[in-house]
Write a protein that binds this ligand. Structure first.
Ligand code: ADP
Length: 159
């Protein structure tokens, strides 16, 4: 039988409890979930790509069917190269919708065989974003509810 593989792409700068919630849910639905970490050309990264890969791997080490990789090609090409049938994206609020709708439409044009699937996190994670975590951190706020301890330690060291 064909392995059901999903790619969960993003900047993961840093990985948050919201991402982790989504990945755990997805890991029960797919044979394999590949967390694809990209350098987003529109955003300047806080953590380096290697730091993001390492901390994401460490954070997800308890889940068997997860792979963490970086990529710098078109998302649909990366998905194709990994034999993934699905691109997974998180929807937190209506504000995410317009961009995600456009992105999935473009990706469908580029490769109609790959489906985009949207998942929502548990309610308590719906307001978490990597950018707000970075902002709170830079102002010396408490980020312990939003990221795992190991991520908090890394971010504070990196600041
Ligand atoms: P990007 O730079 O592509 O937006 P992110 O790393 O910010 O990447 O997020 C990756 C994916 O995870 C996106 O689909 C985003 O909507 C989703 N996501 C981000 N934060 C959360 C959260 N708290 N709960 C659920 N999904 C989330």
């Amino acid at each position: 039988m064909t392995k059901r593989i999903a790619i969960y792409p993003g900047s993961f700068d840093p990985i948050t409890n919201g991402h982790i919630d989504l990945i755990k849910r997805a890991s029960k639905l797919f044979d394999e979930v590949i967390v694809g970490i990209t350098q987003n050309s529109k955003k300047s990264a806080f953590l380096s790509i290697d730091q993001r890969i390492d901390i994401t791997k460490e954070t997800l080490s308890g889940i068997n069917n997860i792979k963490v990789m970086s990529f710098n090609t078109l998302l649909v090409d990366f998905a194709n190269a990994q034999n993934a049938q699905v691109i997974l994206r998180g929807l937190r609020a209506v504000s995410d919708f317009e961009y995600e709708f456009q992105l999935s439409g473009m990706n469908k044009h580029l490769n109609p065989t790959i489906e985009t699937l949207f998942m929502t996190p548990a309610e308590q994670y719906a307001n978490i974003s990597s950018s707000l975590v970075r902002e709170i951190l830079s102002l010396n706020g408490d980020i312990s509810h939003f990221v795992p301890k190991s991520v908090e330690i890394l971010l504070k060291q990196h600041l």
